[in-house]
Design a protein around this ligand. Structure first.
Ligand code: CAA
Ligand code: NAI
Length: 701
């Protein structure tokens, strides 16, 4: 037997115990061990029943994702699953932790399933751009019907043991000691002379044909919207349909064929890259050197858009929050901003009044800094003005308890200039949340010149508590996200001035997979905000930088976006998605005439080549300047903060797949139009010269 699967005789029970930390992924050694274990149990005269159980934190959480894309090595998971199902003696799977993907498929191959109360089962492959390739769609449908299978496999979210039992996917829920309960269950099966019960031969789930057909149609409609542009979800629907109509062997073959097609897509590469990227972003030099400080109570200064959103995020995580505003009127508004979020949830039926009350019980409004004297972490979210922020930090220096971490939520300002007004710059970091802060997953942790390691580690600990995805950024104007956003925003504006209609640009971006186009984002965020920012930076603007005045002109005429009912689009009463704004086209053509630009045509491909080249080039500059630790951190920022389509992995992954040499060639081509804007990052030039990729840099980091 392999070390990854041990074999033990426990009276008449052969126990196969999987041991492959951390998540018992079904790598080669586990697959070999399971197959050998079943064969041994079959020829073992002492064994009447086989029990598959796992040690450590979980029943296998799936196939070993690291093996994907490498040449397959036998036995394959479908072979192992087949072997388990065909065992001549009853096989029980005992589940705890997260029995996901291939792990759940192994459980389905067993003839009986017992799980502890906290176990979760699921088919999350869709999140990796693939589908359950070892019978998951076929066997689940046969037991639990099309709807349950489609929910699990296209939604990708696990369900708890109770629900799984109600669906027939688990037979018994155990008490605290799973192994004891599984052994008792095995004895029961022996006593009742239970025979092997292959899931593939079951049919309860197929009985209600009308309900199954409805589930197929409903899901096809849902994913047409939710999974726009993706490949795997549509194949999953076809697989479940096949389970309803084909004999099991044909259904399994069909599913395998679809699985292999998914494996070949760039979407699979993109999504698996995203999976590992969001795990590596928590690995930072500071976290490796220091543990976080205690984090039992936080304070938020400012109860506006961001302050209220951050407060809700913390209250939802069970963290007590003191909110401090300028005066009684402002704090009343701040509290109302918080309650408004909960009231909307109560109104939509997503929260009950009791839960709202429980959350609000953790909230303390105040107008006095003394109220924050017990706070472990204080987040400033006042106006984006350096003097106002410095004033807040001077006061915090006087009043916050020693060792409290002091954080600013500034979007662009210099965190050192804020830290250095205090006598404790080592305690100051940036925590850049995204709006709406109670929803958006990204949190940039901004590391100024000399913070203490444990202050930075505390920022990461906060992210974990709030279930946010943290990315470390050095202190640079716009950090990672807003800096790159600014670069591709400029690129879009230039294309608009050169002849691409903003609506064609937005459509190309939408078709690429973004939820909305960049000009729609401008309208949502308010064009007046970027207008103010341009005015702030005007004095120091590099004269070599091309400047488009189209949006300034629009702002001067009151086109601020959704808030004024007109921006790049117009929003007739009640309309969420706007219509084309003729004034915009007028201003563009006036500007073209003023600047002597002859408008030219851009195809969607032209647009996206430029858009992505601008994004990746700025990303490369962010890397070469050390603002981001690794390319995959930039991908995480784009995915979680800016709506980059996850199935493309992120801009740096996209660039690797596009070919860095191709991307550099694009930049060289565009350089002829505007040498300042399109100058290739030196890092990119060097990577191409050395035949290296961003993925190589990820591995180095
Ligand atoms: N293969 C390889 N490594 C895996 C893995 C997998 N299936 N699942 C997790 N890991 C690794 C993680 O990368 C991480 O490694 P590092 O410590 O080096 O960063 C480590 O295991 C722990 O993972 P998490 O940090 O994510 O731990 P967690 O407790 O927060 O979450 C989990 C655990 C819920 C299992 C989560 O890791 C997860 O969702 N894993 C993926 C599950 C999945 O998608 N399974 C389906 C795989 S595809 C499949 O099975 C196809 C098929 O049908 C043939
Ligand atoms: P806002 O204008 O909605 O809220 C600011 C709040 O700060 C107001 O309620 C104001 O009364 C309060 N305030 C001002 N001075 C104060 C003081 N001295 N003491 C206590 N309270 C004070 O602004 P918003 O949008 O919430 O932005 C706050 C910060 O977050 C800014 O630095 C901004 O750049 C940043 N940010 C904003 C994002 C956004 O999308 N709105 C996204 C990410 C960061």
């Amino acid at each position: 037997m392999s070390e990854a699967v041990s074999y033990e005789n426990h009276g008449p029970i052969a126990i196969l115990s999987i041991n492959n930390p951390p998540v018992n992924a079904l790598g080669l050694a586990v697959r070999q061990g399971l197959k050998a274990g079943i064969e041994r149990a079959e020829s073992d005269n002492h064994a009447l029943v086989v029990l598959i159980i796992a040690s450590g934190r979980t029943f296998p959480a799936g196939a070993d994702i690291r093996e994907f894309g490498k040449p397959p090595v036998n036995p394959s998971l479908p072979d192992v699953v087949r072997r388990i199902e065909a065992c001549s003696k009853p096989v029980i799977a005992a589940l705890h932790g997260t029995a996901l993907g291939g792990g759940f498929e192994v459980a389905l191959a067993a003839h009986y399933r017992i799980a502890d109360k906290t176990a979760r089962i699921g088919l999350p492959e869709v999140n990796l751009g693939i589908l359950p390739g070892a019978g998951g769609t076929q066997r689940t449908t046969r037991i639990a019907g099309a709807k349950a299978t489609l929910d699990l496999a296209t939604g990708g979210k696990p369900i708890g043991a109770d629900k799984a039992k109600a669906l027939g996917l688990i037979d018994v829920i155990s008490g605290d000691d799973l192994k004891d309960a599984a052994i008792a269950y095995a004895h029961e099966l022996i006593a009742s002379n239970a025979a092997p019960r292959p899931s593939g031969a079951r049919s309860e789930g197929l009985l209600n044909a009308a309900e199954n057909t409805k589930a197929i149609n409903d899901t096809a409609g849902i994913i047409a919207k939710r999974a726009r542009g993706q490949f795997a979800p549509f194949r999953i629907v076809e697989c479940v349909d096949a389970a309803l109509t084909l004999p099991i062997e044909d259904g399994l073959a069909f599913e395998r064929e679809q699985f292999l097609k998914c494996m070949e897509t760039p979407q699979r590469q993109g999504m698996i890259h995203a999976f590992f990227a969001e795990r590596s972003c928590t690995k930072t030099p500071e976290a490796s050197r220091a543990a976080p400080r205690p984090l039992n109570q936080i304070a938020v200064i400012g109860g506006g858009t961001m302050g209220a959103g951050i407060t809700v995020a913390a209250l939802n995580a069970g963290l007590p929050v003191v909110m401090v505003e300028r005066d009684t009127e402002s704090i009343a508004r701040g509290q109302a901003n918080v309650e408004k979020v909960y009231d909307a949830m109560v109104k939509k039926g997503r929260m009950d009044a009791a839960t709202k009350a429980k959350r609000m019980a953790l909230y303390t409004p105040a107008t006095d800094y003394a109220a924050m004297s017990d706070s472990d972490l204080i987040i400033e979210a006042v106006f984006e003005n350096i003097e106002v922020k410095q004033d807040v930090f001077r006061q915090l220096d006087q009043t916050a308890k020693p060792g409290a971490v002091l954080a600013t939520n500034t979007s662009y300002l210099d965190v050192d200039a804020i830290a250095n007004v205090t006598s404790r710059p080592q305690d100051v970091i940036g925590l850049h949340f995204f709006s709406p802060a109670n929803i958006m997953k990204l949190l940039e942790i901004v590391v100024p010149s000399n913070p203490a390691d444990d202050a930075v580690a505390t920022g990461f600990a906060l992210a974990k508590k709030l279930k946010k995805t943290p990315v470390r950024a050095a202190n640079h104007d716009g950090f990672i996200g807003n800096r790159i956003y600014k670069a591709y925003g400029l690129c879009a504006t230039y294309m608009m001035e050169d002849g691409a209609s903003p609506y064609a640009i937005d459509k190309a971006i939408y078709d690429f997979g973004y939820p909305i186009g960049i000009f729609q984002v401008h309208d949502l965020a308010g064009m007046d905000i970027s207008w103010a920012n341009r005015k702030r930076l005007a004095a120091n603007r590099n004269p070599a930088e091309r400047y488009s005045a189209v949006q300034d002109k629009l702002c001067e005429a009151g086109h601020f976006g959704q808030k004024t009912g007109r921006g790049m689009y117009v929003y007739p009463e009640g309309m969420r998605m706007g219509e084309e704004n003729p004034d915009v086209l007028q201003v563009i053509s006036e500007e073209q005439a003023r600047l002597g630009i002859s408008p030219r045509d851009f195809t969607a491909d032209d647009i996206m080549r430029r858009y992505m080249a601008a994004m990746v080039n700025e990303g490369a500059k962010v890397l070469q300047e050390g603002v981001a630790l690794r390319p995959s951190d930039i991908d995480v920022v784009a995915l979680y903060g800016y709506g980059f389509p996850r199935y493309r992995g992120g801009p740096m992954k996209y660039a690797d797949m596009y070919g860095l040499d191709n991307l550099l060639a694009d930049l060289r081509e565009f350089e002829a139009e505007d040498a300042h804007f399109w100058k290739p990052a030196q890092l990119l030039v060097d990577l191409v010269a050395n035949g290296r990729s961003f993925e190589d840099l990820n591995k180095d980091s």
